[in-house]
Design a protein around this ligand. Structure first.
Ligand SMILES: [Zn+2]
Ligand SMILES: [Zn+2]
Length: 261
């Protein structure tokens, strides 16, 4: 008997780049035999930051209401929780703090999607990797991850080794280990994100060696498909559970910002 799985990273069409209604995501989770889901759509950020890829601030209430409607509809069949995927970007912390204070979120993921003005996980701007020194890129990236962990704003760090998405792997590794030390010290969890298996790198985030290093530091993992369509809900969760078991990693979820089991 294995514990039922929970998918804690998924989006809604409010972010402008996901398809399917929240009830379709919930139905897909039910069909996949999951115990529950947590919606974590891209949260509103200041108007100058990444605006086309997230809900606007004036859509936040609609997001809350949409997820609450699904919560009511699936009550007793599927646990539906409400969270956000926040961005960590220096200079936006005050804004993020204010948005997070507007609702008692179940779970907040802190992700780094930008190095300066470069959205490094956007396929449109992948050529920029050719102009960068990969060692420096990862050092800069993990310094931001440390900032996210120290900010006190988030429950987990999203897709830890995201810059590998298109196959540009970290040639050094030391910065990643330092970031894991900070994440462990701050008591955060890691998003074990199966979307990496759908990307050119064809590997979940974090990589197996980083997953082992994290588990060795006592950092727990939250399973997430990062679904941007209902069909992606619970994507390769059996493989994810196996990978975490192999690494000695512990799986948790969050409810009301409190880590569970
Ligand atoms: Zn997205
Ligand atoms: Zn993300």
């Amino acid at each position: 008997m294995t514990a039922p799985l929970f998918d804690s990273h998924m989006h809604t069409p409010l972010c402008g780049h996901a398809t399917g209604s929240p009830r379709e995501y919930a139905q897909a989770a039910l069909d996949a035999g999951l115990a529950g889901v947590c919606f974590t759509d891209h949260m509103p950020m200041p108007a100058w930051y990444d605006a086309p890829w997230r809900m606007r601030l004036d859509q936040l209430d609609a997001y809350i209401e949409a997820v609450q409607a699904v919560q009511a509809e699936f009550a007793g069949r599927l646990e539906v929780r409400l969270g956000l995927e926040a961005d960590f970007h220096p200079g936006t912390e005050r804004f993020v703090e204010e948005v997070l204070a507007r609702h008692p979120w179940d779970y907040v993921i802190g992700s780094v999607h930008y190095l300066g003005a470069w959205g490094f996980d956007n396929p449109e701007f992948v050529a920029e990797y050719g102009a960068r020194d990969l060692g420096q890129l990862y050092t800069q990236y993990y310094a931001l991850v440390e900032g996210a962990a120290r900010s006190g704003l988030f429950d987990a760090v999203g897709h830890l080794d995201l810059p590998k998405k298109f196959g540009h792997r970290d040639p050094l590794g030391a910065a990643a280990l330092r970031a894991l030390d900070v994440i462990a010290g701050a008591g955060l969890s890691l998003d074990f994100n199966t979307a990496g298996w759908r990307k050119p790198v064809a590997e979940a985030y974090p990589a197996p060696d980083l997953t082992r290093e994290a588990a060795g530091r006592g950092i727990p993992f939250v399973l997430g498909s990062d679904a941007h369509a209902p069909v992606e809900v619970g994507f390769r969760f059996t493989d994810a559970r196996q990978a975490l078991q192999d690494a000695g990693g512990r799986v948790v979820t969050y409810r009301g910002g409190v880590r569970r089991g």
